[in-house]
Design a protein around this ligand. Structure first.
Ligand code: NDP
Ligand code: MG
Length: 382
């Protein structure tokens, strides 16, 4: 049976690689829905090539252009953010691949879960903001929440065939990002241009900046906590600059399992799409001779304070991760627009965390309101 996939964010780094995977397995997967925010040119190209039933362009300004370009094809064209929430629930959709960036992923994912769709989750912000709610809903509606993030895919693969109660600890690997060897003086004047040159992964702008500040690892710890039902103390970050070991799981007998592979997101994408099967991966293989040395070191949360902030926020719980996420989204955007420096991002997050309203318990509407409030507070610090 062909798996029909709705790719939310098909024009992004993960979205494009997901379409490559679909193109390599045309009898297994079909692109049923494609969505973009504003890159209408690429969306039109993708639609003409993959023939989805529906495309959505969130930015309504481009709706007419997309409609006109696809008018000769049997494709329904929709516009606006609301349309995203509706298309994920369609009868013809078997799996939703959430590959948009930021808080915008949360509501469509919640709708998709409630419609009983399998979820392949790249959008980590969804679990950072509302991990308790989203994992509870996935359990309630009996849907798989399949991680696409490479570290979480690694952990998921290591856990296959194991018992939750026998997991002692998880080590999430981090490349260390482009600034791993810079001191604080150099980091203070680090530029957007330098931050966007990631040594091992080629990704969208927001996650690349998060990798440079190590906020990405902070987000991933919170993501792992919810996906794998772990206590904060069971998660440790370990810097591994070669990005070959994608994470480790340690069991109660002291045994450690790891998942390895070249840093290529098509592999975790393929695993999430084909789960519980494995399909032939049509990409290069890891060669041990090219990597005589795999190294591991502790992360430095003094030079990279965002990692420590994320750990503290995870321990506080409630809507704190939601607040941190929104403040971080504003901070990263400000850095990308050259409006703040590297540590300016940390200052925005710290000040915002002190001002935004803390809620020990929150539901979807509280998260939406908290995200809105936090963004307006964070903007005053830019
Ligand atoms: P990109 O910035 O490359 O792509 C984001 C996609 O989402 C684009 O299609 C974009 O449309 C769309 N989009 C952006 N904002 C909105 C919005 N408000 N509403 C609807 N759609 C929107 O990001 P990545 O592909 O790098 O990352 C996507 C997610 O996957 C992130 O959460 C990231 O953390 C996670 N991830 C990414 C990895 C990677 O290797 N890239 C690895 C692990 C996780 P448009 O092009 O029109 O702007
Ligand atoms: Mg990752």
């Amino acid at each position: 049976m062909m798996k029909r996939i709705a790719i939310l964010g098909s024009t992004g780094s993960i979205g494009k690689q997901s379409l490559e995977v679909i193109a390599q397995h045309p009898t297994e997967f079909a692109a049923e829905v494609l969505t973009a925010k504003s890159n209408y040119r690429l969306l039109i190209e993708q639609a003409a090539r993959f023939h989805p039933s529906i495309v959505v362009i969130s930015d309504q300004n481009h709706l007419d252009t997309v409609e006109r370009a696809l008018s000769g094809l049997p494709i329904t064209v929709l516009g606006g953010q609301k349309a995203l929430e509706e298309v994920v629930t369609g009868d013809r959709v078997d799996m939703v691949l959430a590959a948009m960036v930021g808080f915008a992923g949360l509501i469509p994912v919640v709708h998709a879960i409630k419609a009983g769709k399998q979820i392949a989750l790249a959008n980590k912000e969804t679990l950072v903001v509302a991990g308790e709610l989203v994992t509870r809903l996935a359990h309630e509606y009996k849907v798989d929440l399949l991680p696409v993030d490479s570290e979480h895919s690694a952990i998921f693969q290591c856990l296959t065939g194991e018992q939750q109660a026998e997991v002692e600890k998880v080590y999430i690997t981090a490349s260390g990002g482009p600034f791993r060897n810079l001191d604080t003086a150099a980091l203070t004047i680090a530029t957007r241009h330098e931050a966007l040159k990631h040594p091992t992964w080629n990704m969208g702008a927001k996650i690349t900046i998060d990798s440079a500040t190590l906020m990405n690892k902070g987000l991933e710890i919170i993501e792992a906590r919810w996906l794998f039902n772990l206590k904060p103390d069971q998660i440790e970050v370990i810097v591994h600059p070669q990005s070959i070991v994608h994470s480790f799981v340690q069991f109660c007998d002291g045994s450690i399992k790891a998942q390895l592979g070249l840093p290529d997101m098509r592999l975790p994408i393929l695993y999430a799409m084909s789960y519980p099967k494995r399909l032939n991966g049509l990409f290069p293989r890891f060669n041990f001779k090219d990597y005589p040395l795999l190294t591991f070191e502790a992360p430095d949360s003094v030079r990279f304070p965002n990692l420590a902030i994320a750990l503290e926020v995870m321990r506080k719980g409630g809507n704190m991760p939601c607040i941190m996420n929104a403040a971080n989204e504003i901070a990263v955007e400000a850095f990308l627009n050259d409006r703040v420096g590297f540590y300016g991002m940390t200052r925005i997050i710290e000040k915002t965390l002190r001002q935004a309203t803390f809620l020990p318990v929150a539901g979807l509407s509280e998260y939406i309101e908290s995200d809105r409030e936090t963004r307006s507070i964070a903007l005053t610090f830019v």
